[in-house]
Design a protein around this ligand. Structure first.
Ligand SMILES: *[C@@H]1O[C@H](CO)[C@@H](O)[C@H](O)[C@H]1NC(C)=O
Ligand SMILES: *[C@@H]1O[C@H](CO)[C@@H](O)[C@H](O)[C@H]1NC(C)=O
Length: 343
């Protein structure tokens, strides 16, 4: 325990001491890099945490990847209330088998308060949030730790180590517009030999206006198309569907700019559909974390003009066969657009 405790303090000090002040601004750069990891097996998922100084607020305003696709398949940055482990790194494969391999402790990225705040794949460029927009972490945020997950697809041939990761651009100067990620997720069961829609929707009940910036889709291997919408209802009770983003989820799963930046207001709905193709599978597929299971996720990166982000950070529907956009009482559904591969 003492060692773990010290380690966390060291990591926390690092946040203050080794941050470089960028010339001419109050922006600083924090290196969140893997601590000399040797990827000793294929499909290796590893997590490393930093503890954020707990009595100060920090605003993350950009992400500079420090990785190449030859080595790194993808990176995800999680904001956590508590991290999955107290170690300086651990095995955190979402898709990996649930057993530890005996070499490294196995745990999820976060133990509580899980928020994906950044994703990188396929040599994506640095991401800079719009002016005055930042992710609040630290004192007044549920995000007390940041956990970097890297997926190395191939094991290294020898004992060489790796320091891939990202540089966080951050400032202590309060940013007026706070960023957040809203996760839409469907559950359910996918029958064999069929194409199945997994639908999720939820209403914005809070008196806030949210501005969409970017989206990310996530499924496992059965996903063909994931689409996300802002849905508004007119006086005649007709729903109008505005496409926020649509992708083949098997393309690199990073954040892409939304198609429509119109703000989402109280009373509007957000909805997502995953079109899953199980035509070459002879068994039912459940929602779950392993390679044998599926997921249906649509992440929406948003900000608010003032005040705090939505209290709602995710919305979930039971999915097939129990719920769908129809059973959720949505109408005027753009069936063809929502489930066909291109815009
Ligand atoms: C990442 O950053 C470190 C330190 O700045 C650098 O030495 C290393 O080459 C970088 N790695 C990649 C893959 O860019
Ligand atoms: C559908 O609903 C029933 C009744 O609530 C429940 O028992 C079943 O597990 C649900 N199916 C799925 C796939 O969620």
């Amino acid at each position: 325990m003492a060692n773990n405790h010290m380690l966390r303090n060291v990591i926390f000090l690092v946040f203050v001491l080794f941050s470089k002040v960028i010339w001419g601004t109050d922006l600083k750069k924090f290196p969140l890099l893997m601590p000399d990891i040797n990827p000793y097996k294929d499909e290796f998922y590893v997590c490393t945490p930093i503890k954020i100084v707990s009595d100060k607020n920090f605003y993350i305003v950009g992400f500079e990847p420090n990785a190449t696709m030859n080595v790194v398949h993808h990176m995800l940055l999680f904001g956590c209330t508590t991290p999955g482990s107290d170690s300086s790194y651990w095995d955190c494969g979402e898709m990996a088998e649930s057993e530890s391999d005996g070499k490294l402790q196995k745990a999820t990225p976060c133990n509580s308060g899980n928020h994906v705040i950044y994703a990188w794949a396929r040599n994506a460029k640095p991401l800079k949030l719009p002016k005055d927009v930042g992710f609040l972490v630290g004192k007044d945020s549920p995000i007390k730790y940041l956990v970097l997950q890297i997926h190395y697809s191939k094991k290294f041939p020898d004992s060489r180590t790796d320091n891939s990761g990202l540089f966080l651009l951050y400032t202590q100067r309060p940013q007026s517009k706070l960023a957040a990620v809203l996760l839409l997720a469907a559950g359910g069961r996918i029958p064999p030999k069929a194409v199945t829609f997994m639908d999720v929707e939820c209403k914005i009940n809070e008196n806030k206006v949210i501005y969409p910036i970017a989206y990310r889709t996530h499924t496992h291997s059965l996903g063909r198309v994931v689409s996300g919408y802002r849905v508004t209802r007119d006086e005649m009770d007709v729903d109008h569907w505005h496409l926020l983003g649509k992708r083949d989820p098997l393309t690199p799963q990073m954040f892409y700019p939304v198609f429509d930046r119109t703000p989402i207001r109280q009373g509007d709905k957000v909805a997502a559909r995953c079109t899953m193709d199980s035509s070459s599978r002879n068994r039912f597929t459940e929602v779950g974390p392993t390679n044998n299971d599926e997921m249906c996720n649509f992440y929406l990166l948003v900000y608010v003009e003032y005040g705090t982000p939505l209290e709602m950070t995710s919305c979930y529907d039971m999915g097939p066969p129990n719920t769908s956009w129809e059973t959720d009482q949505l109408n005027n559904i753009p069936e063809a657009e929502a489930s066909s591969p291109f815009k």
